[in-house]
Write a protein that binds this ligand. Structure first.
Ligand SMILES: [Zn+2]
Ligand SMILES: [Zn+2]
Length: 198
């Protein structure tokens, strides 16, 4: 960046994912533009100007659900999605994701519920497309990114960060509970896939 930065030192490194409370949105910090901070939506799109003093680094949960939303809007390009998918019998992955979804619903956590539905639908497109008659798209795992499991304490800002498996996340939770006595967590799972027309 070649702009003149006399007293406008950047508060975040470029690329930091931050939460903007004014727009209630998560974005990637791109630098300063005059008195404003320039933020870009995760997954691309039009940048917006935010008030720098209100920004803070996004929590793991906020980062993850913004990434899932971005991946979802890329994949489905704004198409209206059907109602909650039904788990396929005897599929452990379906059962896990449906349990996450039901758990979120029981907690009245609408955004976690949507995330779980997105993941369940994507999993079903990938593994049960023929069985369920889902033939319009082929989903392939994104080779550049594996699945991520993450948990965030809802009683303090601590979070596990993205981890490769659910067991790693549980281990982190047990440690955090031992250290702090905190017992409530928001757990998320994300995978990355590329959706292509057949
Ligand atoms: Zn399944
Ligand atoms: Zn905590």
């Amino acid at each position: 960046m070649t702009e003149n930065t006399e007293s406008t030192e950047s508060q975040f490194e470029t690329g930091t994912v931050v939460y903007d409370p004014v727009s209630d949105n998560v974005g990637e910090y791109r630098g300063k533009a005059g008195p404003y901070a320039l933020l870009r939506p995760l997954g691309g799109g039009r940048e917006w100007e935010a008030r720098p003093e209100t920004l803070r680094p996004a929590s793991p949960g906020e980062r993850l659900s913004a990434a899932v939303r971005a991946a979802n809007s890329r994949s489905f390009q704004g198409q209206r999605e059907p109602a909650s998918p039904v788990p396929v019998r005897d599929c452990a992955a379906c059962a896990d994701l449906a349990a996450l979804r039901d758990d979120a619903r029981a907690r009245h956590d609408g955004s976690a519920e949507t995330d779980a539905d997105v993941l369940l639908r994507r999993h079903q497109l990938r593994y049960h497309a023929a069985l369920l008659g889902l033939r319009e798209y082929a989903l392939v795992p994104d080779a550049s990114a594996g699945a991520e499991y993450e948990t965030a304490c809802t009683e303090c800002p601590a979070g596990s960060g993205a981890r490769p498996g659910p067991a790693d996340v549980e281990e982190w939770q047990r440690g955090h509970t031992r250290e702090t006595g905190h017992t409530r967590y928001r757990r998320t799972v994300a995978d990355y896939a590329v959706l292509a027309s057949r």
